[in-house]
Design a protein around this ligand. Structure first.
Ligand code: KG4
Ligand code: ZN
Length: 331
């Protein structure tokens, strides 16, 4: 079975083909960064309109690359949510329309489940059960994964998501959207030491997170500090160190509590090298193995939707009825 995956939950149009026999066979991504950059963040209506323009040409590119045509598609998966309602509707409508035209099954998948399963596309996939740290622009979750579809949320952010904290801090430091990668680059230049920010909620038991206080600490530091480049870099460094330390403490705690020996780090913030390096060390110290998606599959992409959809369609799951999106959808 070849599954077409369609990701349109936010500001990337991601399309991919996953084959049961051959694995991931084609994938395409169109990033809307240039569209939204002048506004300093994602403009939902512009995102929806751009998805409308991109989905079918990207799908045609994927098919053409493999010498396939639409009739070879055996199932269609789309990101049902969580995400921007209008953007999700584009992917859902195209998927349902194509499914009807091609007479093949269609399934909406959970965007965060797809992030969580993205490392399964790599040469050394994690073994079940594993602990997953999901860190994206909208979510921060620690999940114990017994198997596909068997998830237990152990902890989550009570306010801002990790990616949101990166983006807001980047904005405070005058960096352009999207802030996460820019802040990581600036932090690389920064001296450790001049600033120190709190490691929120690490001094009490539990596995939840909170990043809004950290953001306030950065606001105060920026207000009081000099505006020169080394100072901005040192603030970026101190912010990133605080986030990385916080995740290291909670992940160690979760590995100890669950006794699980495989760790997955996924979602956009999972592309952060400082975070990856530190968590790999934490995993090794606990006798665990860390698995991550390749960098391009940490952030939003169609491949993870095609894979999650393939696994569920193969198991016989189908969308029950007409177009159905879930802009808010707990795991
Ligand atoms: O998973 P994702 O592409 O979209 C959501 O599902 O939200 O995550 C996007 C988030 C943004 O907040 C972005 O700034 C952050 O991931 N991000 C990073 C890095 N690359 C992307 N944050 C820190 N360091 C990075 N290298
Ligand atoms: Zn995402």
């Amino acid at each position: 079975m070849i599954v077409l995956g369609i990701e349109t939950s936010c500001d990337e149009t991601g399309i991919a083909l996953y084959s049961g026999d051959r694995g991931l066979i084609a994938h395409r991504l169109h990033s809307q960064v240039a569209t939204h950059a002048t506004y300093g963040g994602v403009v939902p209506e512009l995102a929806s309109r751009d998805h409308v323009r991109r989905v079918l040409p990207l799908a045609q590119d994927c098919l053409a690359e493999e010498g396939l045509d639409a009739g070879d598609i055996g199932g269609i998966a789309y990101a049902r949510g969580p995400g921007l309602a209008g953007a999700l509707l584009v992917g859902a409508s195209v998927a349902e329309g194509l499914g009807w035209a091609l007479d093949c099954p269609v399934l909406g998948v959970h965007h965060m489940e797809a992030h969580l399963l993205a490392p399964m596309l790599e040469p050394d996939p994690p073994a079940f059960p594993f602990l997953a740290l999901l860190v994206s622009g909208g979510h921060t979750l620690l999940v114990e994964v017994a198997d596909i579809g068997r998830y237990r949320v152990l902890g989550e952010s009570l306010d801002d998501a990790a990616g949101e904290a990166f983006d807001k801090t980047a904005k405070l430091l005058g960096l352009p959207y999207p802030g996460g990668p820019q802040l990581e680059a600036l932090a690389r230049e920064g001296e450790p030491g001049p600033f120190r920010f709190p490691r929120p909620m690490t001094d009490r038991p539990g596995l939840d997170f909170s990043f809004s206080g950290l953001k306030t600490a950065v606001v105060n530091a920026v207000r009081e500090a000099d505006e020169d480049a080394p100072t901005r870099a040192a603030i970026a460094r101190a912010f990133q160190d605080a986030v990385v330390d916080t995740f290291a403490i909670k992940v160690r705690r979760a590995l100890e509590q669950t006794g699980v020996r495989h760790l997955v780090v996924a979602g956009g913030v999972g592309a952060n090298q400082a975070l990856r390096g530190r968590l790999r060390q934490v995993a090794e110290d606990q006798g665990a193995v860390m698995a991550c998606p390749r960098l391009a599959f940490c952030t939003d992409n169609g491949a993870m939707i095609a894979y999650a959809g393939y696994r569920r369609l193969w198991a016989g799951e189908r969308d029950p009825g007409p177009v159905d999106i879930r802009p808010r959808w707990p795991m």
